[in-house]
Write a protein of this length. Structure first.
Length: 492
């Protein structure tokens, strides 16, 4: 039977069976056994269960043919499901279904059906979407009165969706002067709102980039501030943290949320352990020789990159984003926040708070600050500087690993992942003040926002050059950064 004719006959089926069938068709999970002419629904585990008896035992999906649909049929199915969701008891489903009505220039529901829904709907956001959908019908109605058109302009202006703006454009050429003036004013307000939305969206992306820079630079600020070591392998510790997130997810297939939560302490241990190993085997023999330390850590970075290529191959790996981090939060019609970046910003603030508390509320933090301010006097007071150096380097490297976990949620994981952030991390540390956590936070967020606002104007590469030149000029005036560290040894 033709699929369009089959869709026309769906009203004769029970409602729950209709929903199950339509959702399986929409998501490409409806399978058919051509011999027995039985329909099955594919499950996430690869098995298939009978459509008419979902509680029955499953069978392998091999040998079953997928029932395909055209774009026009999928749109029709979506419209039917959204129309049914408008009467669902769940208010969130009704809101989503009402908002989906504005995705097409002509809503699938006719004006009388929308008015009937408005008569019984109590939820304000759902009512606003229904009123905007009804306004689309009114705007296209040649027989609508000026009063109805003015009411439609107000509803479309409050909605602000692209289809609403298109309808306002048509009403701006109305023969009625009052309607045309109201539509033109609404379009002006929408343009202003779109400009502000673009500004805040750019600012948000700048903060999210700055959050990643803060995570990447915090560990560097700790090691560079305490030990004076220019660690060129810091980007590889970020890369190791990202690969740790990927590896944990491979060990827990189908549970990306739990894998991501476990990847944070795992990355701290893996990258931190590698940092302690590097300090004990290489760096401890090069203290006081910054050029040799730089060259040695650069060599270590190349070794780590090649080791990852040999073990995991040079191909990029994708880390699955958990459901709770997927999607967007629509604040206004012109401004939305991507969930994964919001969580990264919160994660950055949480890590920063923990590091700040560790530096100011624990004995290790006290010893770290003592060594960074005056190493000889700290050793005279009984502080084991060698132990502090190893733990500090491990802590800084572990924080870099946690930055890699955050990066795995916004980009692919590859052997060169950390190379794009090592220079920016040094810029953040120098700009904020060597060894100062508050300077790292301020510098990272400032550089991230500045970079995002410069990119559309000058391009990605030129924006980095402009920021570097501005940073050089700033360092000429304040050589010790925004928040210089204090202490006799520092000021000497």
């Amino acid at each position: 039977m033709d699929r369009d004719k089959a869709l026309d006959l769906l009203d004769t089926l029970p409602v729950d069976l209709q929903d199950r069938l339509l959702r399986a068709l929409l998501h490409g999970r409806l399978l058919a056994d051509q011999e027995t002419r039985t329909l099955y629904v594919a499950a996430a585990d690869g098995a298939a269960r009978p459509l008419l008896a979902p509680e029955a035992s499953a069978r392998p999906a091999e040998g079953l043919r997928r029932v395909g649909t055209s774009n026009r049929q999928r749109q029709r199915i979506t419209d039917v499901l959204n129309a049914r969701a408008l009467t669902a008891p769940n208010v969130l489903r009704r809101r989503a279904a009402a908002a989906a009505l504005m995705e097409s220039a002509v809503p699938p529901l006719k004006a009388p059906a929308l008015r009937a829904l408005l008569d019984v709907e109590k939820d304000a956001p759902t009512r606003a979407s229904l009123e905007a959908a009804l306004a689309l019908h009114t705007a296209a109605d040649k027989s609508a009165t000026p009063a109805d058109l003015l009411q439609a302009v107000a509803a479309l202006d409050a909605n602000g969706a692209p289809t609403a703006c298109n309808a306002l454009n048509a009403l701006a050429d109305s023969a009625d002067p009052a309607v045309a003036k109201a539509a033109q004013d609404a379009l002006y307000r929408q343009r202003v709102a779109a400009q502000w939305g673009g500004f805040f969206e750019m600012f948000f992306f700048g903060l999210s980039l700055g959050s990643i820079l803060v995570l990447a630079a915090t560990g560097l600020a700790i090691t560079f501030g305490v030990m004076g070591v220019i660690n060129m392998a810091h980007g590889e510790f970020i890369m190791l943290g990202a690969y740790t997130a990927w590896g944990v997810q491979q060990m827990l297939p189908g549970r990306p949320g739990l894998a991501l939560l476990l990847a944070v302490p795992a990355a701290l241990l893996v990258s931190g352990g590698m940092g302690v190993l590097l300090e004990r085997t290489v760096i401890r023999f090069l203290y006081g020789r910054p050029l040799e330390t730089l060259l040695a850590t650069f060599g270590v970075s190349l070794v780590l990159q090649q080791a990852v290529r040999s073990v995991f191959s040079p191909l990029n790996r994708a880390v699955q984003t958990p459901d709770f981090m997927s999607g967007v939060w629509q604040i206004t019609p012109h401004f939305a926040l991507t969930c994964n970046r919001v969580y990264i910003m919160l994660f950055c603030l949480g890590v920063f708070a923990c590091i700040h508390a560790a530096m100011h509320r624990t004995r290790l933090g006290l010893e770290v600050r003592a060594v960074s301010q005056n190493r000889p006097i700290a050793r005279c007071m009984g502080v084991r500087a060698a132990r502090v150096d190893a733990l500090t380097f491990g802590l800084g490297s572990g924080v870099a690993g946690m930055a890699g976990v955050a990066l795995s949620q916004v980009t692919n994981v590859g052997p060169n992942l950390g190379q794009g952030y090592i220079i920016d991390s040094f810029m953040v540390v120098v700009f904020g003040g060597v060894g100062n956590l508050w300077g790292t936070l301020t510098g990272g967020l400032a550089l991230g926002v500045a970079n995002k606002f410069l990119e559309p104007v000058s391009g990605a590469m030129l924006s980095k050059i402009i920021i570097l030149v501005c940073l050089i000029l700033f360092i000429q005036k304040r050589p010790r950064g925004l928040f210089p560290q204090k202490g006799r040894a520092v000021e000497a």
